[in-house]
Design a protein around this ligand. Structure first.
Ligand code: FPP
Length: 256
């Protein structure tokens, strides 16, 4: 594989329910099987040189699912936290969760807090689970928090970016969705502004480290222009240039 240029990869892990249904099993069977794939993908992302991996594990809309399914998802999260803790620590993975965790069982909240604390200074892969998370909610909270702290001031792109739930993750470079649908589903709406999108028909329980690596390889070769006419390595630089050009245009039109 060529050197990985995709710094931040996000995944919508979809297709668990259908994976189970076609096998005449209850939907939760798909979640159980799907949860076993997570650790492999975390390990592969790390091995491929990805710096941040963000996984959509439970959306704000998922609360509408049957109670039993929600409980199984909670249980799978707890199992992951207990089972994978030693490996995450050994690999210097910085673990975080983003979303409204207040409805999770207290013992799971404690496990999350403890792992976040333990890994907060680690410099390895940034692994973030989006749980009870919604992209619109994230943006609205970011704006409200900022306005409250800066009354009467004008919000900027940078200030909003810095007010997001996990600001240091930055923009998503590649968004993968498994399961065949081609939607963003309220996931990291701000951060995917310039992301490469990759949709695979593979349902999450069948997703493998090999497919992940091959997607990185394919999308890493795509030319990313960020609205410009030539490929640019540095998104920040390009956006700054665009802002400068805009201001120059304003000044010129004021002169004429
Ligand atoms: C979408 O499949 C998937 C989810 C709502 C949950 C994703 C959860 C896991 C992969 C397991 C949890 C693991 C951890 C470690 C938190 P779906 O049920 O919407 O599938 P469908 O589109 O086929 O119905």
């Amino acid at each position: 594989m060529s050197e990985n240029k995709l710094r931040h990869v996000a995944i919508i892990m979809d297709g668990n329910g259908r994976w189970a249904t076609v096998r005449s099993r209850p939907r939760v069977w798909g979640h159980i099987r799907g949860s076993t794939v997570v650790a492999d993908i975390v390990e592969e992302a790390d091995a491929c040189g990805v710096q941040a991996l963000t996984l959509y594990a439970f959306s704000t809309e998922n609360w509408c699912r049957p109670q039993t399914e929600v409980k199984v998802l909670f249980a799978l999260l707890k199992k992951f936290l207990l089972k994978e803790r030693p490996r995450l620590i050994k690999n210097q993975v910085r673990f975080r969760m983003m979303g409204d965790l207040s409805h999770l069982p207290k013992d799971t909240q404690n496990l999350i807090q403890s792992l976040e604390n333990e890994t907060q200074n680690f410099k390895g892969l940034k692994l973030t689970f989006a749980f009870s998370y919604g992209g619109r909610d994230e943006i609205v909270s970011a704006v409200n928090n900022w306005v409250e702290k800066n009354p009467g001031q004008k919000l900027t792109v940078e200030a909003l970016q810095n007010s997001l739930l996990v600001p240091d993750l930055g923009d998503v470079d590649l968004l993968i969705r498994t399961g065949g649908d081609q939607r963003i589903s309220n996931f990291m709406l701000w951060q995917v502004a310039y992301a490469e999108l990759f949709f695979t028909h593979t349902k999450w329980p069948d997703f493998t480290a090999e497919e992940f690596r091959s997607i990185l390889d394919k999308t890493g070769k795509r030319e990313r222009r960020f609205g410009s006419v030539c490929a640019e390595d540095n998104l920040k630089q390009t956006i700054q240039k665009a802002h400068q050009n805009k201001f120059q245009l304003f000044n010129q039109s004021e002169v004429h």
